[in-house]
Design a protein around this ligand. Structure first.
Ligand SMILES: Nc1ncnc2c1ncn2[C@@H]1O[C@H](COP(=O)(O)OP(=O)(O)O)[C@@H](O)[C@H]1O
Ligand SMILES: [Mg+2]
Length: 273
């Protein structure tokens, strides 16, 4: 299978001599939900901006669906990989929600019913259909983030990259984002950048841990959250339920969900009998 994105030994500098990405190798295949985690400034956003051409590597190359990105524009790449900005105000510029969501698809030539269906489906998926006539700036931050996500969904790219969709969300917003990711994973490959380890442990099929421009770990969530020394280096903590299990005698150390915790509790109880 050709990976959707393949980054080969990429380095990046915003200012000459200051390496923000250091020799990164990364691949993502269809159907994966990859969470990129790491402290602020570790290079997560810089890395994913390479995947839709917003940034070009200083060294190394990015291959998108088998083709080098060197001479491709962001507009061309946006059909394959859609990046949703962390701050929706950096992305949204139309004065009506549905116009904002229609902007990308109409730019690639969609019209009439096809365009309308795309927009309405995307708005339905994020739960904002009722707000389609509103001014995006009259929405709260959570909703603006969802508009930004909807505008990318409307492009129907292979890969959706969500940059900190949970930052600043209240509990209801967190649940909405988790449900949305579970919907998106049916049709899209997803990269999510997040500091919410509880969410990440539930939705990610793979975790990439970044620190100072390098990838320290790339693998299964169960393995990621037992790498306590690495987590400490990146100032991350495992999910609460994992930490609890790790602090209790006899429990498995790679528990990620409450269900797994309960299962292990039963196992321990049975053993004691
Ligand atoms: N537009 C920019 N110009 C200069 N330096 C930047 C810019 N964006 C990010 N940086 C720097 O690059 C490093 C990585 O930033 P970033 O990719 O935003 O990290 P993260 O997303 O993990 O928080 C940080 O040191 C940050 O200050
Ligand atoms: Mg960032």
């Amino acid at each position: 299978m050709t990976p959707i994105i393949s980054a080969k030994k990429i380095c990046f500098e915003y200012f000459k001599g200051i390496k923000v990405l250091k020799n990164i190798n990364f691949e993502i295949n269809k159907g994966e939900v990859v969470a990129i985690i790491g402290q602020n400034g570790s290079g997560k956003t810089t890395l994913v901006k390479h995947f839709n051409g917003l940034l070009s590597p200083t060294k190394g190359e990015i291959i998108v669906k088998g083709e080098p990105t060197l001479n491709k524009t962001v507009a061309q790449l946006s059909r394959i990989s859609g990046y949703v900005f962390q701050n929706p105000d950096d992305q949204i510029f139309n004065s009506v929600v549905e116009k904002e969501v229609a902007f990308g698809p109409s730019n690639i030539g969609l019209k009439g019913k096809e365009l309308k269906d795309r927009v309405n489906n995307a708005l339905n998926l994020v739960g904002l259909f009722e707000k389609r006539k509103m001014h995006p700036l009259d929405l709260d931050l959570n909703q603006k983030k969802l508009v930004a996500i909807a505008s990318m969904i409307a492009m129907k790219p292979d890969l959706l990259m969500l940059d900190e969709p949970t930052t600043g969300q209240d509990h209801a917003g967190l649940i909405r984002v988790e449900n949305l990711i579970n919907e998106l994973r049916k049709d899209y490959t997803v990269i999510i950048i997040s500091h919410d380890m509880n969410l990440v442990s539930r939705v990610a099929s793979r975790i990439v841990m970044m620190c100072e421009g390098e990838i320290l770990f790339d693998g299964e969530p169960k393995k990621a959250f037992t790498k306590n020394a690495l987590l400490k280096k990146t100032y991350l903590k495992p999910p609460v339920i994992t930490e609890l299990a790790q602090s209790l005698k006899g429990f498995k150390k790679d528990i990620l969900t409450v269900d797994e915790f309960m299962e292990d509790l039963m196992r321990i109880k049975k053993k004691k009998k």
